[in-house]
Structures are given as structure tokens and as C-alpha cells.
Design a binder for this molecule. Structure first.
Ligand code: SF4
Length: 88
């Protein structure tokens, strides 16, 4: 099955809802949202850090990015291939 790719959001991520309660599952490994290729964060209008997922187009609750992941987790590219994959 090909990896999921984000699609351009219809609305700003500041208007996204939090992920549904059953999307993220506990993980006891380093495979959690913060180590996922899709994980993003930004500072919103009110200077609050927003943790976002462009695949689900939703907000990740604070703290859950460290302990949970979904079935579409993929490793960050720089971890999978290294920071300088063209170097020898
Ligand atoms: S693990 Fe799932 S919810 Fe978390 S950032 Fe990756 S794709 Fe999004």
C-alpha cells in the first residue's frame, strides 16, 4: 500500500479540530507522532504552539505527540536516509 500523502488543506490548520479519540494509539517505542514524517508544529495567532497532522488535517493534543501514533506513521526522512544521503 503506498504511503499517504498530505493534500492541501481547505482551511487554515488553526481551524482544524483535534483528532478523533480513537486515531492515536499508545506506543511504547520511539515510533510516535513527533518522529513521524508527517508531524508538523507551528505557532498560532495567540502564540500557542499547535501540533498538527496534515494527513488527518487535525490537531494533536499536547503530550500525545510523545506517546502515541496512528497506523499511518512513517519515519522522518532524515532518520530513514540520513541528513546527507548524497554524501559518500
Ligand atoms: S503518526 Fe499519524 S497522526 Fe501522528 S503525525 Fe504521523 S500520520 Fe499524523
Amino acid at each position: 500500500m503506498p504511503a499517504a500523502r498530505p493534500v492541501p488543506p481547505a482551511v487554515s490548520s488553526e481551524e482544524w479540530e483535534f483528532l478523533e479519540w480513537n486515531v492515536l494509539k499508545p506506543s511504547r517505542s520511539s515510533s510516535v507522532c513527533i518522529t513521524c514524517q508527517h508531524f508538523r508544529y507551528e505557532v498560532g495567532r495567540h502564540c500557542v504552539t499547535l501540533l498538527t497532522c496534515p494527513i488527518h488535517q487535525g490537531l494533536i493534543p499536547q503530550g500525545e505527540h510523545l506517546t502515541r501514533r496512528c497506523s499511518q506513521w512513517v519515519p522522518r526522512q532524515e532518520v530513514a536516509v540520513g541528513w546527507c544521503s548524497e554524501g559518500g
